[in-house]
Design a protein around this ligand. Structure first.
Ligand code: 3HC
Ligand code: NAI
Length: 692
């Protein structure tokens, strides 16, 4: 039973027991209704306490039931709450851990609420593209006041119960055992009549219209492509302007509308995608973890410094090794400057600054790293250099230490083979800037130990990253796919586009940055270096040579103040470059291509479907465990628009047969070799299936 009923003296106790977060799925809802009915039948019962088993009161409606018949199956959450509210006997919500979404709405439907300190209180529905659909938008403003309630609902932010202790939301804060306290409170109010109902409270807010208009204007700006935040304002407005039941109806209609939107489905996909990514089918959740109390990083360059900051931010002491004192000093100074900038922005206190800086110590001596529990190598992207480093690490590191490489393209199995302990070797591919970007691609080598993988996944949570597991291949999940995207961008330049048009089209689709602005930021020389290797290793793969011509001019991007665009000192804005545009047009002529007008639709389709097609190959080869992992890589590491849910989810929404049709039509163009549909994509399209 996911909601149990028992009697303790003259008080009935309904316990929500639906791990992990007491989601209010159909069985739990039924249990609550049955419990209230039993309490009503027994004349000896004077009051009812609803309490949660385990880690909290309730995390809300069971999101997995959304868009399935079970979500609406009676008793719906609305029905449950109206039955609770209509009970002749007082019902008391006893809150600990979390009371979120439908969980909080259930508590708001109770006559009284008691809570312990430290409980997370929220109506976070907006984060999954919906609004509170079981009375939250009508009851929270009535009990908390219009402004605080609107803020909570529109932001979805969590407020700790202690912060709300002095509000009317809680009738009593419990300091000792919650159940005992709730039972004592229930006895106290068991004879109180009439029973207080939040629905009866009238909101008194002079000039509500003015405030709501202000709220609408502000929310419109931050909501971007997401419809839910503005609908939240509409629903909350009803709590002031309409009768309670009419407001409830409006809220319900808006909820039903939002739950069907692609934006909401995309957000829910990302919510579960993030949590699923940490699960590896052949690595049980009880796999013993190695202890990570100290860390080391080799190489204090662009990536090494950022990686070291991640450890320090999590309170883990880290040793940073360089070859020369000068490089070490430079690396440490950059770290210090980064922290100083954060402090200047008010996001770090002096105390935190001192603590973090003190946790990072530099060294030139490998032996100083020996006792670290994990070492991350971030030296030049060159197999020879990696070999030297890993042989040395194998020599000095204590047994049981995890040896990780931040390589972005190299073969982790080869790197592991430089050591006598390949089971301890793993790829940890951070994204630049490593102290900011959420994504951590965790590269599982053929011999990587299961405990090493499980420990690295757990570590990704400790350092607040989204860890996604990838198998070994050139570029892993993210960069292997982006290569096809960049390749198409190059072909588009030859066929008739200029960088600005491509970037604008892709940014309009929702990407944070188009491919050319992104390349200018990352450094065009990186791609040049990789292509040179590929021209030798994979001569059959075609590329537009226009990016090489750019690099031959020394236009490496923002760092040289010239790339696909021109840059001015102290200004990150990209200005169209006549020199580059002429170079592109001349190049088309030189290779005999008659330039044509390319539509924005074609640009977006070619770039995004190139990602999808490669993603399908990656899935088929088992490099990614699931399509949602690929989506998480793109949402957290490549600025793919969240409201579209990631490339694979987006392809599902377009319809895989439409994607395949488009791929066939592009294969008729000048680069058919780049457009062989992945067998998995064709198969799923043929069967009318989706990736997710
Ligand atoms: N429905 C279904 N599953 C849920 C869930 C929910 N509402 N909330 C959490 N879960 C699942 C997670 O998927 C995860 O499952 P897994 O172990 O199989 O991966 C598990 O519960 C634990 O979740 P977390 O890893 O996130 O655990 P934390 O302790 O870090 O966080 C939490 C707990 C704060 C409750 C967090 O899970 C959370 O924010 N959940 C979402 C809360 C939410 O959005 N509630 C509103 C739901 S919509 C609603 O109520 C509609 C109503 O208005 C009609
Ligand atoms: P970088 O050139 O900025 O830094 C490399 C540092 O390693 C230099 O400071 C160098 O002095 C040091 N180094 C070289 N050989 C060494 C050795 N034998 N022992 C100790 N230190 C040594 O390079 P960057 O960009 O930080 O890249 C490092 C690694 O991270 C590479 O494998 C790269 O592919 C990968 N990477 C880079 C990303 C980026 O955007 N720059 C993104 C993700 C991964």
């Amino acid at each position: 039973m996911t909601a149990t009923y028992r009697e303790q003296g003259d008080i009935a106790v309904i316990t929500l027991n639906n791990p992990p977060v007491n989601g209010l799925g159909h069985a739990t809802r039924t249990g609550i209704v049955e419990g209230i009915a039993k309490a009503a039948e027994n004349t000896a019962i004077k009051a009812v306490v609803i309490i949660g088993e385990g880690r909290g009161f309730s995390g809300g409606a069971d999101i997995r039931e959304f868009n399935t018949p079970k979500a609406m199956q009676e008793p719906s959450l609305m029905t449950v709450i109206s039955i609770v509210e209509a009970s002749d006997k007082p019902v008391i919500a006893a809150i600990h851990g979390v009371a979120m979404g439908g969980g909080l709405e259930l508590a708001l439907g109770c006559h009284y609420r008691v809570a312990v300190a430290g409980a997370q209180i929220a109506l976070p529905e907006v984060n999954i593209g919906i609004l509170p659909g079981a009375g939250g938008t009508q009851r929270l403003p009535r009990i908390l006041g219009l402004e605080p309630a609107l803020n909570m609902i529109v932001s979805g932010k969590t407020v700790m119960s202690d912060k709300l202790a002095s509000t009317k939301l809680f009738d009593q804060m419990i300091t000792g055992d919650l159940l005992e306290g709730a039972l004592a409170f229930a006895k106290k109010v068991s004879d109180a009549r009439p029973l207080p109902k939040i629905r009866d409270i009238k909101i008194n807010y002079p000039n509500a219209d003015g405030y709501l208009q202000f709220a609408r204007n502000t929310v419109r700006v931050v909501a971007g492509p997401f419809p839910a935040p503005l609908k939240c304002v509409d629903a909350v407005a009803a709590s002031v302007k309409m009768k309670f039941d009419d407001g409830l109806n409006l809220e319900r209609n808006l909820f039903l509308e939002l739950v069907q939107t692609t934006e909401s489905k995309a957000l829910r996909h990302a919510f579960f995608g993030e949590r699923t990514a940490s699960k590896v089918p052949d690595v049980p959740s009880d796999t013993p973890l190695r202890t990570i109390k100290s860390a080391a990083v080799v190489g204090a360059g662009t990536m090494g410094g950022g990686i070291a900051m991640n450890f320090a931010n999590a309170g883990i002491p880290v040793k940073l090794l360089e070859m020369k004192q000068e490089a070490l000093d430079k690396g440490l100074a950059t770290i210090r400057k980064n922290y100083e900038n954060t402090m200047k922005k008010g996001r770090l206190t002096q105390e935190q600054f001192d603590k973090r800086v003190a946790l990072i110590t530099g060294t030139l001596v490998y032996e100083d790293l020996a006792q670290a529990d994990i070492v991350v190598e971030a030296v030049f992207e060159d197999m020879g250099v990696k070999e030297t480093v890993f042989k040395k690490l194998d020599e000095v590191m204590k047994q049981g230490a995890i040896l990780a490489s931040n390589t972005s393209t190299l073969d982790v199995d080869k790197i592991a083979a430089f050591t006598k302990r390949p089971q301890d070797v793993i790829g940890t591919h951070f994204f630049s800037p490593a102290n900011v970007m959420k994504l951590l691609e965790i590269v599982r080598g053929a011999k990587t130990g299961k405990d090493v993988l499980a420990t690295t996944l757990a570590l990704s949570k400790t350092i607040k990253k989204t860890g996604v597991v990838s198998g070994v291949c050139d570029g892993f999940i993210g960069n292997r796919m982006v290569e096809q995207y960049i390749r198409q961008a190059g072909f588009l330049l030859e066929e008739g586009c200029l960088p600005e048009q491509v970037d604008k089209a892709v940014e309009k689709f929702g990407f944070a940055m188009g491919p050319f602005r992104m390349s200018d930021l990352a450094g065009n020389d990186i791609g040049w270096y990789i292509r040179k290797r590929r021209y030798v290793e994979k001569p059959e793969v075609t590329y537009s040579k226009v990016a090489d011509l750019l690099c031959e001019k020394g236009r490496f991007g923002q760092k040289t103040s010239a790339g696909w665009y021109d840059y001015k000192a102290g200004d990150r804005k990209a200005y169209a470059s006549t020199e580059v545009n002429t170079m592109i047009i001349d190049h088309s002529k030189a290779i005999g291509i008659e330039r044509r007008k390319v539509s924005d639709k074609e640009i977006v389709e070619r770039l995004v479907y190139a990602l999808v097609n490669e993603g399908a190959l990656i899935l088929e080869e088992g490099i990614a465990m699931r399509a949602s992992d690929i989506d998480m890589v793109y949402l957290t590491g490549y600025g793919f628009p969240l409201f579209r849910g990631g490339p694979m989810f987006y392809a599902d929404t377009v319809g895989l047969s439409n994607v395949v049709m488009a791929i066939h039509s592009y294969a008729k163009g000048s680069h058919s070799e780049a457009w062989t549909p992945a067998p998995l994509l064709t198969k799923l399209a043929h069967e009318g299936k989706t990736f997710s």
